[in-house]
Design a protein around this ligand. Structure first.
Ligand code: SF4
Length: 125
């Protein structure tokens, strides 16, 4: 992620959805869902992402970083099962990790989702 993009995304989320530390995330009947995945082919294994958010990024014995969701490591490179939902309190640190990632291999998906379609998770704080 190029420098400044994380800051811009954070600003967008804050302005549009009231995202902020200790604040409710979402408005009316729509919430925003942030997901993250890593292209392991590009990962340098330096561990900066783990330093930024160890609840979301983990390094396995192969030295490569993977994402985790609710404590479960999603280590299926290239598979759809490697897309982790980011809970609100980790969004800023995940965006910052994506910005500093030297491999530029942390990818963020941001979607609006109707609350009626939301699974019952802690993704909506
Ligand atoms: S910051 Fe990027 S390159 Fe470094 S370990 Fe994490 S995903 Fe891999």
């Amino acid at each position: 992620m190029p420098p400044g993009v994380a800051r811009g995304l954070t600003r967008f989320l804050t302005d549009s959805y009231g995202l902020g530390l200790g604040r409710t995330w979402g408005h009316t009947d729509t919430v925003i869902v942030v997901r993250v995945w890593i292209d392991q082919d590009l990962c340098t294994g330096d561990g900066l992402c783990v330093d930024h958010c160890p609840d979301v990024f983990v390094q396995l014995e192969d030295g490569i970083a993977y994402v985790a969701e609710r404590g479960e490591i999603l280590n299926d490179p290239g598979g759809s099962g490697s897309l982790a939902t980011v809970i609100p309190r980790h969004v800023v640190s995940v965006l910052e990790a994506a910005e500093v990632c030297p491999g530029e291999c942390i990818f963020i998906d941001i979607d609006d989702m109707d609350t009626d379609l939301m699974p019952a998770t802690d993704a909506v704080a």
